[in-house]
Design a protein around this ligand. Structure first.
Ligand SMILES: CC(C)(COP(=O)(O)OP(=O)(O)OC[C@H]1O[C@@H](n2cnc3c(N)ncnc32)[C@H](O)[C@@H]1OP(=O)(O)O)[C@@H](O)C(=O)NCCC(=O)NCCS
Length: 175
């Protein structure tokens, strides 16, 4: 598996992977309609075309030997992905990990670590002092992974999915 910047023509592939994996990070009580609304608004092909073509945004893709894109990370410079979290963060400059998603077939395989290592390399090359992200308070698997990887809790935030408010924990990894 290699991790590399996503290619300009990979918006549809990324949207497909994102639609498959976003529900995995949602709490079980969140209605399917709210999840679908978020996917349509923020994770469709046009949304990814925007991410791939906007300064301050970086998409990294994990690609298997057979060419399949099996994980991705969407990075956003600074606290722009949620300015309300800026006061919680210690690192300056920082980079936000807006999305970090591994195909379910590869959970527990080490693929997430390989992708995170590439995100860390990206952050160091950009002279960032930290990486930060937010994940649902009930997403125990992600929280365990991030904590084992050195992230520390900084607080909480509200994250709206399809008009419904959810509580996220904010985590930061000093670089
Ligand atoms: C979050 C994610 C990237 C982590 O990758 P992964 O390959 O699953 O991570 P790992 O298997 O290496 O580590 C998961 C940890 O959670 C533990 N775990 C697994 N299921 C769990 C559960 N239901 N409750 C609590 N802990 C759990 C594992 O034992 C492991 O713990 P350890 O670190 O003590 O060994 C991946 O699960 C994923 O893409 N999830 C769906 C999308 C998502 O939630 N993304 C994060 C949004 S910000």
């Amino acid at each position: 598996m290699v991790v590399r910047p996503a290619l300009p023509d990979e918006a549809a592939t990324l949207a497909d992977l994102a639609a498959r994996t976003f529900p995995l990070a949602c709490p079980p009580e969140l209605p399917r309609e709210a999840i679908e609304e978020f996917i349509t608004e923020h994770l469709d092909v046009d949304a990814f075309r925007g991410y791939l073509n906007t300064d301050g945004y970086t998409v990294l893709a994990s690609v298997r030997a057979d060419g399949e894109v099996c994980a991705y990370a969407l990075l956003v410079d600074g606290a722009a992905m949620d300015p309300a979290c800026a006061h919680l963060l210690a690192g300056d400059p920082t980079i936000g990990i807006s999305k970090f998603y591994v195909d379910q077939s590869l959970h527990g395989s080490g693929a997430a670590r390989i992708l995170l290592d590439a995100v860390i390399d990206h952050g160091r090359l950009a002279d960032a002092r930290s990486l930060w992200l937010a994940t649902n308070v009930g997403n125990a698997r992600a929280r365990a992974f991030y904590t084992r990887s050195g992230f520390v809790e900084r607080g909480t935030r509200i994250f709206t999915v399809g008009g419904l408010d959810n509580q996220d924990v904010v985590l930061e990894l000093p670089l």
